[in-house]
Design a binder for this molecule. Structure first.
Ligand code: HPA
Length: 234
């Protein structure tokens, strides 16, 4: 047991898929894993461990935002000896070059957040995905004939804001989209020498305000889930 996860030691696999939403974790466990066990439901943040094509994989939520993924990924890496976390989430596109449902593989995350600095003394505002999972995801997408774009993204603490202009840091680092977690995940992984990647599906286009409807979401996220599972399987 850790502070925020009730699983016993050994009940979480070496590789964890991490959506933001606990119900997304349940959907993956119910539809893609065999011999599944619910290993934690503290705060309704569900963690499941099961088999994908015979390999043990866990799936559990990060919650929303840097503080939340900072807590869960820290406890997974340090209390459960997890080697690899693959975040699977959604993002808002800053550019109309991206379309709804596009799949992104995050190479670097840029953030104004002080998380990395005050947690670990990491001063950079641009953090890389960690280890070789990023490359494995690219290769796996090729094998699956999935269209996947490697890109930099902005990890922001802000969902609603007064000014809809693209934030300066996103322009500075050529970030095509925004989400709210990858930076803290990469910071934790960098500090502990672990692997971390983030795959995103474009759920909204910020300049045009187009968005995936609630009932399109489940279908929309399927290619991303399959890509993450096939990557974890390797
Ligand atoms: N902003 C931040 N995070 C997001 C967005 C957004 O527009 N869309 C999906 N995740």
């Amino acid at each position: 047991m850790s502070v925020h996860i009730a699983a016993k030691k050994g009940e979480i696999a070496k590789t964890v898929l991490q959506p933001g939403d606990p119900l997304r974790a349940k959907y993956i466990a119910d539809n893609f894993l065999n011999d599944v066990k619910l290993v934690s439901q503290t705060r309704n943040i569900f963690y499941y461990t099961g088999l994908y094509k015979g390999k043990e994989i866990s799936v559990g939520a990060s919650g929303m935002g840097i503080p939340s993924i900072g807590i869960y990924s820290f406890e997974l890496y340090t209390e459960y000896e997890v080697d690899t976390i693959i975040r699977i989430g959604t993002c808002g596109a800053y550019t109309t070059d991206l379309k709804l449902f596009d799949l992104l593989n995050v190479e670097n995350s840029a953030s104004e957040s002080t998380y990395a600095k005050f947690a670990w003394g990491i001063e950079e505002e641009l953090l890389k995905s960690q280890g070789n999972v990023f490359e494995t995801i690219n290769q796996t997408a090729k094998n699956l004939s999935l269209n996947l774009q490697p890109t930099n993204i902005h990890t922001s603490d802000i969902f609603y804001r007064k000014d809809e202009k693209i934030p300066a840091i996103a322009t500075k680092y050529n970030c095509s989209a925004v989400e709210m977690e990858a930076f803290a995940l990469f910071a934790n992984a960098q500090h502990f020498g672990k692997n971390a990647a983030t795959i995103l599906t474009v759920s909204d286009i910020i300049p045009t305000r187009e968005q995936i409807s609630a009932d399109q979401r489940e279908k929309a996220l399927k290619p991303m889930i399959e890509l993450a599972l096939e990557t974890a399987f390797q």
